[in-house]
Structures are given as C-alpha cells and as structure tokens.
Design a protein around this ligand. Structure first.
Ligand code: MN
Length: 287
C-alpha cells in the first residue's frame, strides 16, 4: 500500500507539481500526535538504522522530538562510518519536516557539535537546547537529553550498560578462573561477587539519574520530563512527576509516543525478520 495524498488528511492540501517527486515509501499505518526518539547514534555500527527506517515508515506524527545523541560525533571523529541506511534516516527526517511534521532537535553529548546551532533551523528541523512539550491533555513535559546530570551523579557511565547476559558470562568465567587459581595454589576469589557489587552500583546510577531528572523537571514547574542518554527506556511516576525515557536505537529500539488524546505509551519496534513471519511488530512496554 502506498500512501495517497488523501490519506494524509490535513497534509493533502497545497501540493504543487514539485511535491509529486517528494513522496516516499511511507506506509503510515498509524499517526501519533508526537513521537520522541533519542540515542540513534548514527555514524556507529551499533545504530539500528534500518529498523528505525521501518518504524518511521509505519508511524507518522504531528511532532517529532529528536532527544539527543542522534549522530555520534565522538565515534565519527575517530573513524568515519556512514552507510546508506544512515543517510536514508537523515533524508527521511528532512522529508518529514518538508511535509509539515514539526521536528524539534535537542542535541545530546555525542552530538554536542549541534549545540552550536541552537536557535537555528536547518531543513525545517529546529535545534533547541531543551523544549517543553504540551500534551493534548494539557501536561507540560520538559524535553532534555539528560547528560547534564552526569556531573551530578558520581559513577562510571559504562556501568549502566552492564546487563544480565554479561553477568551470566562472568559466572562461567569465575568458575574457570578459580579452577586455574586452585591449580597454582591461590585462594578462591569471587569475580562474580566483585561484579555483582559493580552492577549494584550501576543500578543505583540509573535510579539516581531518574530521580535527579524528575526532580529538576518538578523544580522547573513541569508535570513530567522526557529524556534519553542512559539507554534505558522507562515511564513511571517519581515523586509525583512523570519520568519518561525513550530508550535508544542501538539496543532496545524504543520510542515514546503520544496519542491524539494525550495518552503516552512507551513502545518497542521489532522488524519483520525478527518476528518469525509475523511481520513487523510494535509492542507497548508501558502505557
Ligand atoms: Mn548521551
């Protein structure tokens, strides 16, 4: 199914001959009021650009917030990596802006180069330091990447990425290491206990981050906050303030979406090739 101009509702008016060449392969099965995505890390092999393209193809919105770490300037400076799919993401964003979607770009730490353009716009994409999004039901959400809170929270950032799989692996490694230690007469040393403590610290870091961001939003007089940065999708109330983290497109492929009645949902995208013939799927993580 190719989207027709009619199917685009309010966007169907005012098309000129130029716009005929401007249509893309969007299938637009769902239209939200707002979509928030962050931590795409375009320019790195980890970026799941084709999944993101799929997601964008099927989901249109009136507002699109890019909540930082969209392009990974840190990695690109070290090694140039820019495949076609990453280009396609940028093209799709620009096309969407041309078609009337309001795109607001809040740079993060990996794309801090874009902070030089705050207050400007390119191709219809507005670059701002932070934003306030008012939902259809009248809630004000502060939109910020979240890296400003790194200085407040004292803990190594990489610890936040330590996951269960790695932990399982270390348990195996632990057994192996200790059989070696035993053979050369060294006493038992628990790698897993050591790492468990590190993981606990990492979990504290995540909680500290979430609480700090939510508190700041409240101090600024907002009902909630939308951020990214720690690659951990979440939506919950913290001390009466709605904390939303839209996750990332490196691991979790998540987005925060607002329905036309103001309802917020945290969704996860699974491309067709990963759903055993079920086609692409979107699942709601938190509603
Ligand atoms: Mn970041």
């Amino acid at each position: 199914m190719r989207v027709t101009f009619d199917a685009m509702g309010p966007w169907s008016s005012g098309f000129t001959a130029d716009d005929v060449d401007d249509h893309d392969d969007d299938l637009e099965s769902r239209r939200y009021r707002a979509i928030f995505i962050s931590d795409l890390h375009l320019g790195t092999p980890g970026c799941q650009a084709s999944a993101l393209l799929d997601f964008m193809k099927f989901h249109a919105s009136d507002y699109l917030y890019l909540v930082g770490d969209i392009v990974d300037g840190w990695q690109l400076r070290r090694r140039w990596y820019w495949p076609q799919a990453h280009n396609d993401v940028v093209q799709k964003l620009l096309r969407r802006a041309r078609k009337g979607c309001r795109i607001i770009y809040v740079p993060g730490n990996h794309d801090e180069f874009a902070r030089a353009f705050i207050g400007h716009q390119f191709g219809g994409i507005e670059v701002v330091n932070d934003a306030v999004h008012t939902t259809a039901d009248g809630r004000n959400l502060w939109v910020t990447h979240g890296d400003y809170f790194d200085g407040v929270i004292q803990c190594a950032k990489w610890l936040a990425y330590v996951g269960d799989n790695l932990y399982e692996f270390t348990l195996k490694l632990n057994r192996y290491l200790n059989s070696l230690r035993a053979r050369i007469g060294l006493p038992y040393w628990s790698l897993s206990a050591y790492l468990k403590q590190k993981v606990k610290k990492a979990l504290n870091y995540v909680t500290d981050f979430e609480v700090a961001v939510a508190n700041e939003a409240r101090h600024r007089g907002h009902q909630g906050v939308v951020c990214g940065h720690i690659h951990r999708a979440e939506m919950r109330e913290i001390n009466g303030t709605l904390y939303c983290n839209d996750g990332d497109w490196v691991e979790s492929r998540t987005a925060l979406v607002e329905h036309h009645d103001g309802r917020l949902e945290l969704v996860q995208w699974a491309p067709a090739h990963e759903t055993q013939g079920q086609g692409h799927q979107i699942s709601v993580l938190v509603a």
